[in-house]
Design a protein around this ligand. Structure first.
Ligand SMILES: [Zn+2]
Length: 358
């Protein structure tokens, strides 16, 4: 039973999880933002087609066959297993890696009732950012590619570590149906155990959010008499942040907060812009690490918002920083799921009574 026991990473262990086969648990408490594990692939393929001609050692074949099968394509047991745990592997330019431990981490959906506590990233796709020794976890060549598992929530000792096989992107299809179709398993997370009608309501809210954010850059940039009043657009951004975070997709906070930052920057409100970008910085710090280029960029913008290249292009107007979105700040210890019963359709009068803008 492999136990990852390097001094640089917290202790985790692959164990049997009732109803799920194998899984990974923490053997000690792991604070949010911790890099749990960086793992090189046990088997690396240049592309999926390579699996047919792959000649596996007896040990590697045993490793492959220790995973559950997709349930189809039984004439090729290796291929059917590859399909099953494909979401657990890194993939860039069709190259994939199969990982001894990271491939054992089970899935949890983002939903109003819960979310995964970790995230994995295949670091090879960041190789263009690796020209500095400041980023030792980014691997420079494909032969060094690794997958990095990081804690996105505080994890208690003996708690199961889970990731989303759909990463942290929003999905406009019911995840339960998508996972069954794509990966051949029936998710039993709290979100998927809801009635289909409740899951469908989530899907509709997520589609609404997607439609709003797709049109947002143009609305932010328009300004003038033809555009939305900036304060009302800022209110809308915050309403949608609260809605999507209540759906479990707390990682949308970073990109939405940056939209709010841009709106404030276009209108020359340094104080408000800085407060919005601070939420972006905190998000990047947990997701990508404080030493990541994305985090350093948002650190700079939060501290010096006037360095934004399109500063004050739409004039000068006092707006406001986050009012209620702060509760989802990723460095806050209070960023657990907080179901917001308001939403885009909620009465603005009622909402404004509870306002505590910073
Ligand atoms: Zn689920």
């Amino acid at each position: 039973m492999p136990t990852m026991a390097t001094s640089a990473f917290p202790l985790i262990k692959v164990v049997d999880i009732p109803g799920k086969g194998k899984g990974v648990v923490a053997l000690e408490s792991i604070p949010k933002g911790t890099r749990i594990l960086s793992e090189k692939p046990r088997i690396r393929l240049s592309d999926l087609r390579g699996i047919d001609s792959l000649s596996l050692s007896e040990d590697d074949l045993y490793f492959f066959l220790s995973f559950p099968s997709h349930g189809k394509d039984e004439e090729n047991p290796v291929q059917s297993r590859l399909k099953h745990f494909l979401p657990c592997v890194g993939s860039v330019d069709n190259a994939i890696g199969l990982f001894e431990t990271i491939c054992r981490v089970n899935h949890t959906c983002y939903s109003p009732l819960g979310r995964p506590n970790a995230l994995y990233m295949w670091r090879e796709d960041l190789k263009e950012e690796s020209n500095s020794d400041r980023y030792p976890y980014i691997f420079r060549t494909s032969s060094n590619a690794s997958s990095v598992l990081s804690a996105t929530e505080d994890i208690a000792a003996m708690e199961e570590i889970t990731v989303s096989y759909l990463q942290y992107n929003i999905h406009t299809e019911d995840p339960f149906i998508y996972l069954r179709r794509k990966f051949g398993f029936e998710c039993s997370c709290l979100g998927c155990l809801r009635p289909a009608s409740a899951r469908q309501k989530s899907v509709e809210r997520i589609k609404d959010f997607r439609q709003f954010t797709d049109g947002l850059p143009a609305r932010i940039a328009l300004g003038g008499p033809l555009g939305d009043p900036p304060k009302s657009l800022l209110d809308s951004i915050e309403k949608y942040i609260l809605m999507i975070c209540a759906e479990g997709y707390v990682w949308q906070l970073g990109s939405c907060a940056h939209d709010a930052f841009q709106l404030c920057a276009f209108h020359g409100d340094a104080d408000s812009a800085s407060k919005w970008e601070a939420l972006v910085r905190d998000s990047h710090e947990i997701l990508q690490g404080a030493d990541s280029p994305a985090d350093q960029k948002s650190q700079k913008l939060a501290a010096f918002p006037k360095t934004f290249r399109e500063w004050k292009v739409l004039g000068s107007q006092k707006l406001n920083g986050p009012c209620r979105a702060n509760k989802y700040s990723h460095t806050s210890t209070q960023s657990q799921i907080l179901v917001d019963r308001g939403g885009p359709g909620h009465s603005p009068q009622h909402r404004s009574a509870n306002r505590h803008c910073i």
